[in-house]
Design a protein around this ligand. Structure first.
Ligand code: GLU
Length: 372
């Protein structure tokens, strides 16, 4: 068996609180430096890597001297705020040793539910990856309460995989992977090397919650794998203290449990757009733009747009029609309707002059466009 990580080009790596904070004793500098070294090596192999790191609350709690996890929401939020400084500092220092920059991104559920912020997060992540920087993501714990939380970073990792169409999600945890039953209680328990993400039988195997440090257990990992699979990402659950685990996975060694998605990333995104029947607006394309989209597989540029109807925001799905009114494509607009009206029929080089800012040279990027 081969690891799916070998051919994955864009990866999300999620590390859990107990690994990051050495079971709550304080940031595990040695472990973090080892991951940084491996991630730098992965980047040198041409892979793009986004790290999702837990551990803010566990680290903050330690720094503030709580001997057990506080229960008050504001105390937890304060712990997260304190601990996040520690995370940012240790990651920046550890990656710097391998000439790799880091960037901090703190997200909330509302950020990904809102199409405009969703697109902004996506564009910024792509820009950072283009700069060769490793984005390090955590939930913005200081401003969210239980009802509006992602809940755990396994879910957040999967949502980020969806957001940037990652090929794979690696969840590093304090267990070797998934067993058919709890190996501490059941001697018959067998290790699961590979399964289909979303297989209902997995949920029964996963059992209860995880350690007291983080908030995820095996079940949240299984559900995260299912979510990641919906945009085409495979998931690997592996033990974070395994020697050179990331490098070995990248070299094709099958370590941990791999949960396979049966959808290709781009196809999954386009499926979502094709299913998005309610579109907020319409753009009428000239014949040249129609050809560019349908024959050449190109993006839609503002210059090819004759007319814009309806009211929509940046990031909303709009329909592209030809001059006869036939719907030919659907996609995510990079510009709100009012701005789209001002830049229609104009070369992209003039966007800055007209609007005073540039989101993207395209009105709809090819990757966010599906032909009908
Ligand atoms: N965002 C939380 C933290 O850093 C962790 C969530 C989780 O354990 O999954 O500390």
């Amino acid at each position: 068996m081969h690891s799916v990580i070998q051919h994955a080009r864009r990866l999300i790596i999620k590390v859990g609180s107990s690994l990051v904070t050495n079971d709550g004793k304080g940031l595990d500098r040695i472990a973090i430096e080892k991951w940084a070294a491996q991630i730098a090596a992965l980047r040198a192999m041409g892979k793009e890597v986004v790290l999702v790191s837990s551990g803010a609350i566990a680290e903050g709690r330690q720094r503030l001297g709580f001997d057990k996890r506080p229960t008050g929401i504001h105390e937890l939020q304060a712990c997260a705020a304190v601990g996040q400084m520690g995370l940012a500092q240790i990651y920046e220092t550890s990656f710097r040793a391998y000439q790799t920059g880091t960037a901090q991104i703190l997200l909330t559920h509302a950020d990904l539910a809102d199409r405009e912020r969703y697109l902004n997060a996506r564009s910024t992540l792509f820009t950072l990856l283009g700069f060769g920087v490793v984005p390090i993501i955590n939930e913005n714990d200081t401003v969210v309460t239980d009802e509006i939380k992602f809940g755990d970073n396994d879910t957040l990792g999967a949502l980020v995989a969806n957001l940037i169409e990652a090929d794979a999600l690696i969840i590093l945890t304090d267990q070797k992977g998934l067993y058919t039953a709890d190996p501490r209680k059941n001697p018959e328990a067998q290790f699961v090397h590979e399964a289909r993400a979303g297989d209902a039988a997995l949920e029964a195997m996963a059992g209860g919650a995880g350690s007291s440090l983080g908030s995820g257990g095996m079940l949240t990992k299984i559900l995260a794998a299912k979510r990641a699979a919906s945009s085409g990402a495979h998931t690997v659950i592996a033990w974070g203290r395994e020697d050179n685990v990331l490098l070995r996975l990248a070299q094709g060694e099958a370590i941990g449990t791999q949960l396979i998605s049966d959808m290709a990333p781009l196809a999954a995104r386009k499926q979502w757009m094709a299913d998005h029947l309610q579109t907020a607006g319409k753009v009428v394309l000239d014949a040249g733009a129609v050809l560019k989209l349908t024959q050449d597989g190109k993006s839609l540029l503002p210059i090819g747009v004759l007319d814009v109807t309806g009211e929509f925001g940046r990031g909303e799905v709009i329909t592209c029609v030809d001059e006869a009114g036939r719907a030919i494509a659907r996609g995510l607009s990079n510009y709100a309707s009012a701005d789209a009206r001002r830049i229609r029929r104009k070369p992209s080089a003039e966007i800055l002059n007209i609007l005073g800012f540039v989101e993207e040279p395209e009105l709809i990027h090819r990757d966010n466009l599906v032909l009908l």
